[in-house]
Design a protein around this ligand. Structure first.
Ligand SMILES: NC(=O)C1=CN([C@@H]2O[C@H](COP(=O)(O)OP(=O)(O)OC[C@H]3O[C@@H](n4cnc5c(N)ncnc54)[C@H](OP(=O)(O)O)[C@@H]3O)[C@@H](O)[C@H]2O)C=CC1
Ligand SMILES: O=C(O)[C@@H]1CCC=N1
Length: 275
């Protein structure tokens, strides 16, 4: 698979060093990747300086990054993807691997804009990768072999879990785990506000809600018990939880979650069309 570097020293470039680009960079550094084999493509000089200072990584032009690397991670916004591909396409070579983290952008969209034989993997990561608890789903494009897929998997495994999914599931994945942290933070924020409304000091409410979230997540992960069973364990007959859950049903929270995730799935589909 080695294209730009020697057979023993494959290089990885990250183009687009915002929230998720830095997530990938910092994860690779924490996982022990050699910094001299990493490159970042970044156009803003002050951001380039910041990344050089923070990680000791070489920040270069997009063209240099694409030319020198064997694997190029594309971490720009979906709306910027066509422009970046037009810029780097002249220096891309068959056998190189492009790993796109952009919501909605299909492997076909990328393959149509790069030389024949460039391998493409589509990834949907999420922000808990910043604390090595990420959830990423990866899907191969049409010129992608097992070695390419394994390399994409290794990139994302540096910051959490990775699953392989058929590409047709990626818009739903985006709606569930890609955007998912935002829904959880929204619930946390709402519960903290409710605690304050009930008279708790904000710091107390925050501590109670965050530890409840962490503990509940740990129960789900460690017991493997279905969430319905865990919910029933909390719900005493005629008790406080039953009263609260009834209100959530009256306010159609379950239906709201379904509608919200359908909206996210539909938006992911639209992003592929450039809107
Ligand atoms: N945030 C999230 O939770 C998730 C995001 N994603 C996907 O990750 C991608 C990046 O998102 P995110 O990190 O949040 O967005 P950011 O806006 O934080 O990062 C995008 C970065 O790309 C840079 N950029 C834009 N154009 C170019 C270019 N031509 N060359 C080099 N760099 C460029 C931007 O620079 P500048 O600011 O100077 O314009 C910015 O630093 C998106 O496609 C998104 O769909 C996927 C899953 C989760
Ligand atoms: O909101 C977005 O479009 C990106 C993709 C998934 C999470 N954030």
């Amino acid at each position: 698979m080695t294209a730009g570097g020697s057979a023993t020293t494959p290089r990885t470039a990250i183009i687009g060093a915002g929230v998720m680009g830095e997530m990938l960079l910092s994860g690779l550094v924490r996982a022990g990747r050699r910094v001299d084999l990493l490159l970042v493509g970044e156009k803003r000089p002050e951001r380039a300086h910041e990344l050089e200072e923070r990680y000791g990584v070489a920040v270069v032009s997009n063209l240099e990054a694409a030319e020198q690397a064997d694997t190029v991670a594309l971490v720009v916004k979906p709306q910027d993807m066509a422009a970046v591909l037009a810029e780097i396409s002249p220096v891309l070579r068959p056998g190189q691997l492009l790993v796109s983290l952009a919501a909605g952008i299909t492997t076909a969209f990328i393959e149509d804009r790069v030389p024949e034989g460039v391998a493409v993997v589509r990834v949907m990561p999420n922000t808990p990768a910043l604390v090595d608890e990420g959830m990423a789903a990866i899907s191969p494009g049409s010129h992608c072999d097992e070695e390419h897929l394994a390399e994409a998997e290794a990139l994302l495994a540096s910051t959490g879990r990775v699953v392989r999914v058929p590409e047709k599931q990626q818009d739903a994945v985006t709606a569930i785990s890609g955007s998912g942290p935002a829904y959880i933070f929204f619930v946390v924020e709402s519960m903290i506000e409710a605690g304050v409304h009930l008279g708790l000091p904000r710091a107390t409410a925050s501590e109670l809600v965050i530890q409840t979230l962490v503990g509940s997540a740990k129960m789900l992960r460690e017991t493997g018990t279905h969430p319905v069973v865990l919910r029933e364990q909390v719900t005493s007959p005629g008790g406080t939880t039953a009263s609260a859950l009834r209100e959530l049903e009256v306010h159609k929270v379950r239906a709201a979650f379904l509608a919200a995730m359908e909206a996210a799935r539909d938006r992911s589909r639209e992003l592929a069309e450039g809107s």
